[in-house]
Write a protein that binds this ligand. Structure first.
Ligand SMILES: [Mg+2]
Length: 405
């Protein structure tokens, strides 16, 4: 069969070469078991799963019948809207069950009552924060950090990057801001935003073309610089901007075109040397398999909350590892999101060079006996205590009230 030359050019050489052996490896990683049930000798029966609120903060509290309690910060901005989904479609399905079966229970939650029709950010965040509270509980039962329950703790000190959420300011103002957040945290990497977010405009492109060289000039040759296109370009514009990023040795180019433009992203990946990063909007394991198998991106970015928790995200990290790719989870919201990312990055084999750290956020007062929970000279220490390894301020918890739907 004669394959049109245009078709051949649109498929990355690496994907063509890897395709015959990669499929079975990805299938195995996707269906592999993550939670180490063998760590537990006895059933851990779930007595209750509650959603609590204090001010703007939402917290999940999971209790076992033997009196062990796990907590998770529940992505407050999402939960302020999505709480009925957690309370009606997720939490009730776990009460009375054995927490050692969490992995299969979450698969059942997806299928029960046609919940799969609800999948997307509000559903998966609800699943994720309940999962994390139960993982915190399980970690406390066996005296292990959650990384040891779902993987192999490999690094306790995580290099962090600071991301800017600005857009529309001048290149000079943006660099001044980036210098400030780098000096506050000692971060050895930054990520800034390009484009106009899911639409193109010429003014933002002029800012992009000034900002890319200015960040390199400001931070020097050894600094790691990432940039996020937030789906702002089409294929020719993305390739043009990507070539400039390559000239100034940026380290990855995130979401150059809208996130679900898979074929277009693959064309951009094939035309550029700079790695393409993708995944924060992805809700499907199969979707990630497609991204990895078809060479659409080389930096794989599940959002630990938007994607439904650490166990599902671990399967994505394993698929990426099977293809020789790095996994740099996306961090959404504030609160303890940075802590979830740090635990996850500590126990996967293919963590990207830096993980996102959003900086000071005291909306949920927590303390850790084994970590300052701050970036020190650009490094965040992963708590080694049981579960998440943090304690929420008891006075804050005492004022939190149960949420009902
Ligand atoms: Mg992004």
């Amino acid at each position: 069969m004669k394959i049109p030359r245009r078709t051949l050019l649109s498929v990355p050489a690496a994907a063509l070469a890897a395709a015959p052996s990669l499929g079975p490896k990805l299938a195995a990683a996707m269906s592999s078991k993550v939670l180490k049930r063998e760590l537990f000798n006895e059933p851990v029966k779930i007595a209750s799963v509650e959603l609590l609120r204090n001010g703007k903060s939402f917290i999940v509290r999971a209790r076992s019948t033997s009196g062990v309690t796990g907590y998770a910060d529940a992505h407050s901005s999402v939960m302020s809207v999505a709480y009925p989904i957690l309370l009606k479609k997720v939490a009730p399905l776990l009460v009375g069950k054995d927490a050692r079966d969490l992995e299969s229970l979450l698969e059942e939650v997806y299928l029960a009552n046609s919940n799969y029709k609800w999948q997307g950010l509000p559903f998966w965040v609800s699943v994720a924060v309940v999962e994390i509270a139960i993982l915190d509980l399980l970690g406390k039962v066996v005296g292990q950090p959650i990384g040891a329950l779902i993987g192999t703790p490999r690094q306790q000190r995580i290099p962090v990057y600071r991301a800017s959420s600005h857009r529309g300011n001048s290149a000079d103002d943006e660099v001044a801001y980036l210098r400030k957040v780098v000096s506050e945290t000692g971060a050895t990497a930054i990520k800034f935003r390009l484009g106009a977010r899911m639409r193109f405009d010429a003014d933002s492109t002029r800012r992009d073309l000034a900002l890319i060289p200015l960040t390199r000039k400001t931070f020097g040759p050894a600094f790691t610089i990432y940039a996020d296109g937030n789906g702002s370009y089409d294929v020719p514009q993305a390739i043009r901007i990507g070539k400039v990023m390559e000239e100034y040795k940026l380290a990855f180019f995130e979401e150059p075109v809208p996130f679900d433009y898979y074929d277009e992203t693959r064309q951009i990946a094939a035309a550029l040397k700079i790695p393409i990063a993708l995944g924060e909007q992805e809700a499907s394991l199969r979707g990630f398999r497609r991204i990895i198998e078809q060479g659409i991106a080389r930096v794989i970015q599940p959002d630990l909350l938007y994607f439904g928790g650490l166990i599902r995200s671990m399967k994505v990290a394993r698929m990426a590892a099977a293809a020789g790719l790095v996994c740099t989870p996306h961090m959404s919201g504030g609160g303890l999101g940075f802590l979830y990312v740090a635990h996850f990055a500590s126990c996967i084999p293919n963590a990207g060079a830096h993980q996102e750290y959003k900086g000071e956020d005291d909306s949920l007062p927590v303390h850790s006996a084994t970590s300052s929970l701050e970036s020190e000279k650009g490094m965040l220490t992963v708590p080694t205590g049981p579960g998440l390894g943090v304690d929420i301020d008891p006075a804050f918890l005492a004022k939190a009230q149960p949420v009902t739907a």
